[in-house]
Write a protein that binds this ligand. Structure first.
Ligand SMILES: Cc1cc2nc3c(=O)[nH]c(=O)nc-3n(C[C@H](O)[C@H](O)[C@H](O)COP(=O)(O)OP(=O)(O)OC[C@H]3O[C@@H](n4cnc5c(N)ncnc54)[C@H](O)[C@@H]3O)c2cc1C
Length: 508
């Protein structure tokens, strides 16, 4: 008997991106149905690292303690060349004052998925597993009709206002909506190996080892000697890559040995971005929208943040706080992030894998001399390190509108358009995932009262500013996703914030 359901949002794909989207929509009270062709969450470890910005999102969802209870903390990165390690770069020192989460948090993809599935279930929402997308049809002026089929052969039709393709790099949603996936596939093949009994590297840290021809990235998977090893195999014929090749490369180039492997896989690296992240009522997020090399450990994090960004906007539209066209801001904000990431990781990947003589010479003579120097200097630089901010994805900037972009003539501010700077005490209120105003330092109580009456938004006051980016006497309008939409003095705040809040509505 064919089934039919109607909801606000249908999410295709229950990987990390789809599950995060479903969790955020659940928190925001938006109806959603999530389907996946698989029978349950992935069992493979796959992506491993959670960056600080993702931890802040888990905090907003009330899940950060569960993540911390399971995650392995990597508090340093150990660079090296060949069989030699250099002094570790301490992340906590680089991260001082930036975020409550100053490390890299190793929690494999399968555990992230399980955690989000359990959380959804606690909210009374469940994934429809064994349910594969077959077709998407736009309903004139009124959303989409998505046809799925269960593994028992049953048909399921879901009618929704919006459909989000979070169905991975081979996205059927992307294909069915005719969106191009622009970019290239790298000639090299990566191996990923989860192994126990690993010897020859620094445990509890991320090891980044270069060789004249090889490259190795390692992540601690638990507090013993269980590690993720990731490197490049120099062949275009992936069928010939087996574990013995990786074992041999590890021993020969890096002096690393291991006992048994828990998981071994190879894959080709793609650097691609979808031409559009939105096509009418259909959106793309996560690997469906962008794929790149795992250098930098950003892939899963970027998908999780796409989901968070999109969920907040969908909620504003569904509850009538913004017009449908406000959702165009999703592509305007997240596609540039993806493009920059793909281009950076592509360049980095090229540097570490290039087989040209010059590149090999640079790796052989430059890295052994300058890497230890850079590692010892970086933590001593004044202020929070840009490197950590980039790596942790806490430095992302969005233009709040096309007008703001034109007026700024390309100069990005340090607060507006970025996630709210951390003041040590100002992140708890973000757990509401609601529009709010923050007032720092010396703001007259009368101004706060007047603003509250004018905007009908919660206003949080903080007596002192401990982050030099937040000026005393200033007010900040903060979006549900924690990004700062506008900043103003007490006198200007009513008009400036009313204008910023009207922007989403004007978008229609
Ligand atoms: C071997 C391997 C190792 C990796 N290692 C790393 C790493 O070390 N670091 C890193 O950052 N990233 C890594 N990645 C990438 C990382 O796994 C992805 O960035 C991440 O999984 C993206 O999540 P997603 O939810 O967008 O897509 P996916 O995890 O691919 O999830 C897509 C979901 O959609 C479902 N689906 C697909 N088609 C349909 C359909 N037609 N109907 C219904 N459901 C459908 C799938 O079953 C799947 O559950 C690795 C990937 C692989 C394959």
């Amino acid at each position: 008997m064919p089934q039919a359901i109607s909801t606000d949002v249908v999410i295709v794909g229950a990987g990390p991106t789809g599950l995060m989207l479903a969790s955020c929509l659940s928190k925001l009270g938006v109806g959603a149905v999530i389907v996946d062709g698989k029978s349950g969450p992935t069992r493979e470890s796959r992506a491993l690292v959670l960056q600080a910005r993702t931890m802040e999102i888990y905090d907003q969802l009330g899940l950060v303690d569960r993540v911390l209870a399971q995650a392995e903390i990597a508090s340093s990165i150990v660079p090296g060349f060949g069989k030699k390690s250099f002094a570790p770069v301490n992340l906590r020192r680089l991260a001082t004052g930036v975020t409550p989460y100053p490390h890299l948090y190793v929690l494999e993809q399968s555990k992230n998925e399980r955690l989000l599935v359990d959380h959804l279930r606690e909210q009374g929402r469940d994934v429809r597993w064994n349910c594969e997308l077959e077709s998407i049809e736009e309903v004139a002026g009124n959303g989409v009709r998505v046809a799925c089929r269960t593994s028992d052969g049953e048909a399921l039709t879901i009618t929704a206002r919006y459909c989000v393709g979070a169905d991975g790099s081979s996205s059927a949603v992307r294909r069915l909506t005719g969106v191009e996936f622009e970019g290239k596939t790298n000639e090299h093949t990566f191996y990923v190996l989860d192994a126990t009994g690993v010897r020859g590297l620094q445990h509890g840290s991320i090891n980044l080892r270069f060789g004249e021809r090889d490259f190795l990235l390692t992540f601690p998977m638990d507090s013993t000697d269980h590690e993720r090893l990731l490197g490049v195999v120099r062949t275009t014929d992936r069928t010939k890559v087996d574990e013995a090749v990786a074992r041999d490369t590890l021993a020969r180039a890096f002096g690393i040995t291991y006992g048994t492997s828990v998981w071994f896989s190879t894959y080709r690296v793609h650097h691609r971005v979808a031409r559009q992240f939105r096509s009418g009522p259909v959106f793309l997020a996560g690997d469906a929208a962008h794929v790149h090399s795992p250098v930098g450990a950003q892939g899963m994090n970027t998908g999780l943040q796409d989901a968070h960004n999109l969920a907040a906007k969908i909620a504003d539209v569904v509850f009538g706080r913004a017009a449908d066209a406000y959702l165009d801001r999703y592509e305007a904000e997240r596609r540039p992030v993806a493009r920059r990431l793909v281009s950076t990781t592509d360049t980095m990947f090229g540097v570490v894998t290039s087989d040209r003589l010059l590149a090999r010479m640079i790796r052989r003579s430059f890295i052994p001399v300058f890497a230890p120097l850079a590692a010892s200097i970086a933590p001593r630089l004044p202020g929070p390190s840009r490197i950590f901010e980039y790596l942790s994805q806490t430095r992302i900037h969005y233009w709040m509108s096309d007008e703001a972009r034109q007026n700024a003539r390309g100069r990005r501010g340090s607060v507006v358009g970025r996630r709210l700077p951390w003041n040590g005490d100002n992140f708890d209120s973000l757990r509401s995932m609601a529009w709010q105003v923050h007032a720092y330092g010396d703001v007259p109580a009368e101004s706060v009262r007047e603003l509250q009456l004018a905007l009908a938004l919660p206003i949080l006051t903080f007596a002192t500013t401990r982050n030099r980016k937040l000026a005393s006497g200033m007010l900040y309008l903060v979006r549900p996703d924690g990004f700062v939409a506008a900043a103003a003095t007490p006198d200007d705040a009513p008009a400036t914030f009313a204008g910023a809040l009207a922007d989403p509505l004007r978008a229609g």
